[in-house]
Ligand binder design. Sequence first.
Ligand SMILES: Cc1cc2nc3c(=O)[nH]c(=O)nc-3n(C[C@H](O)[C@H](O)[C@H](O)COP(=O)(O)O)c2cc1C
Length: 375
Amino acid sequence: MRKGDSVSISEPPDALSPPPQEGLAWSVDESPLAIGSRIMPSRYFLAPLAGYTHLAFRRVIRDLGGLGLATTDLVHSTMLVAQRPKSLELIATDPHDVPLSVQIFGSQSREIIRAARWLEDQGYQGIDLNMGCPMAHINGQGGGARLMCDPEGACSLVGQVVSAVSIPVTVKMRLGWDSSRITAPVLAREFEQLGVAAITIHGRTRQQGFHGAVSLDGIRAVVEAVNHIPIIGNGDVRNAAEAFQMRQATGCHAVAIGRGALLDPWIFERIVRAARGEPSEFIPTGAEQVAFLRRHFHRMYEQHAELSCLQFRKFAAWYGARLGIPEDLEDRLRRFESMDEFEIIVQAIATRHGERTTSVPTALIKVPNGPVEHW
Ligand SMILES: Cc1cc2nc3c(=O)[nH]c(=O)nc-3n(C[C@H](O)[C@H](O)[C@H](O)COP(=O)(O)O)c2cc1C
């Protein structure tokens, strides 16, 4: 397979079905969690998914309830400082899009620090440093996961960013470069000393890419390495039971969910309800799901107008499979050119959804695949 090919991700047969054994069966701390000076509305966060977790998506997910912190897609610090339109688009937000952190990356410390200062000056309230990205073009310049191989450089960068701003600085990383270089625990300890407010840990190495099982032991080692800062576990959580299992097995203080939120946008509300011991088995009706699709597009349109017709293509297959939209309608979702046309399609979806089998999509979220050296 080539870069960008779709691969299946493991999930229950129907991610919208209630998971077994949720709620009171688990004993996890749900008291309010602070990250720096910010109190999180819940301990279930949206992990950044470049190309998906834009403002419109964050807003519609927030409207469903249950979401704690959200993070922007990764933004290149040099491009941000240069105020490139694409970068400004990536950090677009509004007063309802809180709490939010902006994730930055780059190969030049100076530019990363400048970007962090600029973000603080603009009123952003949290900065997340990316040390987990496995893409070769980012690692090749010393950024993303490559930083985990250079503890001295990573610590120097983190220390400088923390000193440069007064808003909380967090780090998102993997377990290490490969199984022989598991550097996350030692880095987490150092970062805590340097004043990092929290760390998100994706329980895979860079070498694993998106393959293999998430190591709960690996996440636990990071939790045990720090004294007081919150550790956010991440990887392959698809329902409340898996979120609670990750928390219980690792002791992590919160869980970040990426692809699981695409598969089931109600996942955050479902988890917080389950945590309260309330019924969380609701299955959104077709009408609610169509309304979600419509709100999603409308929010995109507010930001990008006609351009959003093009941008929505990415979501067509996902909505098609989720809602059991017949193929001719899914195809139209990929080709419409105006809001009027979109509304006509949505009308048709509202009456014809369910014509196709509504198995939740398995292969619709593209991740880099094949040997990581070729990404
Ligand atoms: C399409 C895609 C885009 C991603 N973009 C980012 C990103 O911009 N920044 C980041 O730190 N991680 C990114 N990730 C990694 C996710 O945040 C997350 O760590 C990973 O997908 C595992 O969590 P999940 O199983 O809940 O999705 C991306 C993953 C995917 C599949």
